[in-house]
Design a binder for this molecule. Structure first.
Ligand SMILES: [Zn+2]
Length: 478
C-alpha cells in the first residue's frame, strides 16, 4: 500500500468507530492498541487523550522533536430523514467525484483526517522524520477540554504542527482567545393593567460570532435594545429574551409586554418606522429583518419597574457589540470583538451573555472589563467563564518558513499565511508550551459541522505530500 493509500485506509478505519464528542473512549483505545502493536510509546489519560511517540528515523536523530496534533472527536449532525445512531453505528462513507462524504451525516473529516495522517505516519517505516510526538486530543468541539487537560510536561517537542485547518494552501499562525462574559441584572417588578403584546424580531441571518463577526450582520438583541430605547415610554416589559448561544449572532429576540390602550397605535407606528430604519441600515447585509407585534388581549401583569426598565435600556444601548479592533499584522483580520449572543431571564434576573474574543490578551481583558464596569454601575453583577487562551502571532517562526518553502517547492506558488478570529487548540498549546513554534494546516474540507461535509481526495493527497516534504526537510530547523 502506498503511504497515501494508508491515509485513506486509516480514515476509513476510524469512520467505523463512533467518535462524537464525549464518546471518544473507543477510538482512543483503538489508537492505544495501534501504538502497542507497533511497539511505540503510548500514554492515555483519563479523559482519553492519547500521546504516541515514534523515534527519529536514521539521520534525523539530531533534529528537534516535532509534535503532530489533531482531535479525536467529531461534530455529530445528521439530516432530518437520516436515522443514523452516532453512538453505535459506523459512518456510511461514499465517494463522489473528488470527494469523500458520509450518507446523511457529518463526515468527521474535521478532524479525522489528522488522525489518519498520523496513523499512516506511525505505521510507515520508509518515511523520513525526526522524533515525533503525536497528540490526539478529545472534546475539541465542545470547549477544547482535552487539550486543556492534557499534561504536556514530559513532551520534548520544539515544533508543533496542528492538523485542523480546512483549507489547503493556508497556514494558520495565530488565533483569538476568548471568554464568556455574563452581566446579571436583578429585576424588580410592579403590577400593571393594559393590552398584552408580544414583540418579535426575526428573519436575521445570525452566524458564528468569530468567523462571521466582520460581516456586520444585525444582532437581534442589539435591535431589541434600540427598539426599547425608542418605545420605552410607551410599553412595559414582562419578559425579554433573544439568541440561543453566546457564540452565535442572535437571530431572534422577543418581548412580552403591556401597553396602555391609548399608546397602542403609537407603538405600532414606531415599530413600522424602526423596521424601515433597520432595513435601510442593514441593506445588502440582511434582507429579511422583520419586526412584528401581536396583541394578546387585556391583561394584568408583573412588569419591570421604572428603574429596572431604565437599567435594561441603558445596558443594551451602552454595551459594545461586533468588531472592536482589526489586526495590524494580518490584513482584514478581526483582532477583537464581542457578541451579545443571549439575553434571558432566570430567577427574576436578566442575564446578558457575551462571547468576547481577541488575539491580544490585554484587549480581551479590556472588553470584559467594560462589560463588568457597565453592569456593576447599574447595580448588577458580572460572571466570567470559559476562558481560552489566544495564540499570538510570532514575528519569527522557523516552522512557518519551512512550510512556506516546502509548499513553494512543491507547487510553485506561495502558501497563504493567515490567522482566525476564533479559538483553536493551538492557543492552549501556545499558553502551555511558550517556547514551542506552532503552525496549523490541513486539506480542503467543505461544509464542516453539517451533513454536507466532504473531504477532497486530491487535496488530502497533496497535503500529505506537503507534510512528508516538511518532515523530510526538518534538518533545516536545526
Ligand atoms: Zn476541528
Amino acid at each position: 500500500m502506498s503511504s497515501a493509500s494508508k491515509v485513506f485506509h486509516y480514515f476509513e478505519e476510524i469512520c467505523k468507530i463512533p467518535h462524537g464528542s464525549h464518546n471518544c473512549k473507543e477510538i482512543s483505545d483503538y489508537c492505544v492498541t495501534f501504538a502497542k502493536e507497533r511497539n511505540l510509546f503510548v500514554r492515555q489519560d483519563k479523559l482519553f487523550n492519547v500521546v504516541i511517540v515514534k523515534e527519529a528515523t536514521k539521520g534525523y536523530e539530531q533534529v528537534p522533536t516535532v509534535i503532530l496534533q489533531g482531535h479525536l472527536d467529531m461534530v455529530c449532525e445528521k439530516n432530518e430523514d437520516t436515522s443514523h445512531d452516532f453512538l453505535t453505528e459506523p459512518l456510511e462513507l461514499y465517494k463522489e467525484g473528488d470527494f469523500i462524504a458520509a450518507k446523511g451525516t457529518t463526515l468527521g473529516g474535521d478532524d479525522g483526517i489528522a488522525i489518519a495522517y498520523c496513523l499512516a505516519l506511525l505505521d510507515d517505516d520508509e518515511i523520513s522524520h525526526p522524533r515525533l510526538e503525536v497528540l490526539f486530543t478529545v472534546e475539541e468541539e465542545v470547549g477544547m477540554e482535552g487539550a486543556t487537560y492534557l499534561d504536556v510536561s514530559e513532551l520534548k517537542g520544539k515544533y508543533l504542527i496542528n492538523i485542523d485547518n480546512e483549507e489547503e494552501g493556508v497556514l494558520l499562525t495565530s488565533c483569538a482567545g476568548g471568554l464568556k462574559a455574563q452581566a446579571v441584572l436583578p429585576i424588580t417588578r410592579t403590577s400593571v393593567k393594559g393590552q398584552g403584546i408580544t414583540l418579535k424580531i426575526q428573519g436575521l441571518l445570525g452566524g458564528h460570532s468569530g468567523a462571521e463577526i466582520h460581516k456586520q450582520r444585525a444582532n437581534a438583541n442589539v435591535l431589541m435594545g434600540r427598539l426599547l430605547y425608542e418605545l420605552g415610554d410607551f410599553l412595559e416589559i414582562v419578559n425579554i429574551r433573544g439568541g440561543l448561544k453566546d457564540n452565535a449572532i442572535a437571530r431572534e429576540a422577543f418581548l412580552d409586554g403591556v401597553v396602555a390602550e391609548e399608546n397602542l397605535q403609537k407603538v405600532k407606528d414606531k415599530i413600522t418606522q424602526l423596521t424601515n430604519v433597520f432595513q435601510k441600515e442593514y441593506s445588502k447585509m440582511e434582507d429579511n429583518i422583520c419586526i412584528q407585534i401581536e396583541q394578546t388581549g387585556q391583561v394584568t401583569k408583573e412588569v419591570y419597574d421604572k428603574k429596572t426598565k431604565e437599567k435594561t435600556i441603558t445596558f443594551l444601548m451602552s454595551a459594545l457589540n461586533g468588531v472592536y479592533t482589526m489586526s495590524a499584522h494580518i490584513n482584514g483580520l478581526v483582532e477583537s470583538s464581542q457578541n451579545l449572543g443571549v439575553m434571558s431571564e432566570e430567577d427574576n434576573k436578566l442575564i446578558f451573555s457575551f462571547a468576547v474574543r481577541s488575539a491580544v490578551a490585554s484587549l480581551k481583558k479590556l472588553l470584559s472589563d467594560k462589560i463588568k464596569v457597565l453592569i456593576e454601575s447599574l447595580g448588577g453583577t458580572y460572571i466570567e467563564s470559559g476562558q481560552y487562551p489566544e495564540w499570538e502571532y510570532k514575528e519569527t517562526s522557523k516552522l512557518r518558513e519551512l512550510f512556506k518553502k516546502s509548499y513553494e517547492t512543491l507547487y510553485q506558488k506561495e502558501m497563504k499565511v493567515e490567522a482566525i478570529h476564533a479559538g483553536l487548540e493551538c492557543g492552549i498549546f501556545a499558553s502551555k508550551m511558550q517556547e514551542v513554534d506552532i503552525v496549523s494546516f490541513g486539506p480542503d474540507i467543505f461544509d464542516i459541522h453539517t451533513p454536507k461535509e466532504r473531504l477532497s481526495i486530491s487535496s488530502t493527497e497533496r497535503t500529505w505530500e506537503l507534510l512528508l516534504h516538511v518532515l523530510k526537510n526538518t534538518k533545516k530547523l536545526v
